[in-house]
Write a protein that binds this ligand. Structure first.
Ligand code: IMP
Length: 186
C-alpha cells in the first residue's frame, strides 16, 4: 500500500516544482540580498517548501516557525485561527517574509498578517507556493507566487489530507474515494 495509490492525477511534478522554487529563491535573493530577512513559515504544510526555498536563496537568512490551526482533522476552513506555536524570536524592525504552502480562502493568512503587523516589523512580504484563488474570502497581497491552481484538493510536497501524504515528492489531486462522501474543501 503506497500513498501514490491514492493520487488521482499529478498536478505539478517534482521537476516543475524544483525549477519554480529555484526561480523564487533567485527573485528573493535579488530583492532581499542585503536585508537579513527572517522567513516566517507556517507549519506543517510549508515545511517542505521552506526547506527547498532557503537552499535556493544565496544570502544570509534566518527562519522562524509558527503553527496555527484553522481546522481540525477535516478539511473545511472555519476562519477561526488558533496559535499552536508562536514565534521564537522578536521580529520588530526586521524584514519578514511569510512562507506559505497554499492560500485558499486566505482567512488563515489574513489573521496571521494582522498578528505579525502588531509586532512592528520593518516590512512583511508573502511568498506562497500555491495560490487557489477560486474560494478566496480575504484579500491577500501575494508578493511571490509559485503556481496558481484550480479549486481541487491537493496533497504532497508538504500538503496533507488528515496528516497523510506530506511525503509525496509532487503535488497531486487526491482520489475522491479516499474522502468518500464529503469532498474536501481545503
Ligand atoms: P485558508 O485559510 O483557507 O487560506 O487555508 C490555508 C490552509 O489550509 C493551508 O495552509 C493548508 O494547510 C490548508 N489547505 C487549503 N487548501 C488545501 C489543499 O488543497 N490541500 C491541503 N491543504 C489545504
Amino acid at each position: 500500500m503506497s500513498p501514490h495509490d491514492d493520487v488521482e492525477e499529478i498536478l505539478l511534478d517534482t521537476e516543475t516544482i524544483a525549477s519554480r522554487v529555484a526561480e523564487l529563491g533567485a527573485q528573493l535573493t535579488a530583492d532581499f540580498g542585503d536585508r537579513d530577512p527572517v522567513l516566517v513559515s507556517v507549519l506543517k504544510g510549508s515545511l517542505v517548501f521552506l526547506a527547498d526555498l532557503i537552499r535556493a536563496m544565496e544570502m544570509p537568512v534566518s527562519i522562524d516557525l509558527m503553527e496555527v490551526s484553522s481546522y481540525g482533522s477535516g478539511t473545511e476552513t472555519s476562519g477561526q485561527v488558533r496559535i499552536l506555536k508562536d514565534l521564537s524570536g522578536p521580529i520588530e524592525g526586521r524584514h519578514v517574509i511569510v512562507v506559505e504552502d497554499i492560500i485558499d480562502t486566505g482567512l488563515t493568512l489574513n489573521y496571521l498578517l494582522k498578528y505579525l503587523a502588531d509586532k512592528a516589523p520593518a516590512s512583511v512580504r508573502i511568498v506562497c507556493l500555491l495560490d487557489k484563488p477560486a474560494r478566496r474570502l480575504a484579500e491577500i497581497p501575494i508578493d511571490y507566487r509559485g503556481f496558481t491552481i484550480p479549486d481541487r484538493f491537493v496533497i504532497g510536497y508538504g500538503l496533507d489530507y488528515d496528516e497523510r501524504y506530506r511525503n509525496l515528492p509532487y503535488i497531486g489531486v487526491l482520489k475522491p474515494a479516499v474522502y468518500a462522501g464529503a469532498p474536501p474543501e481545503g
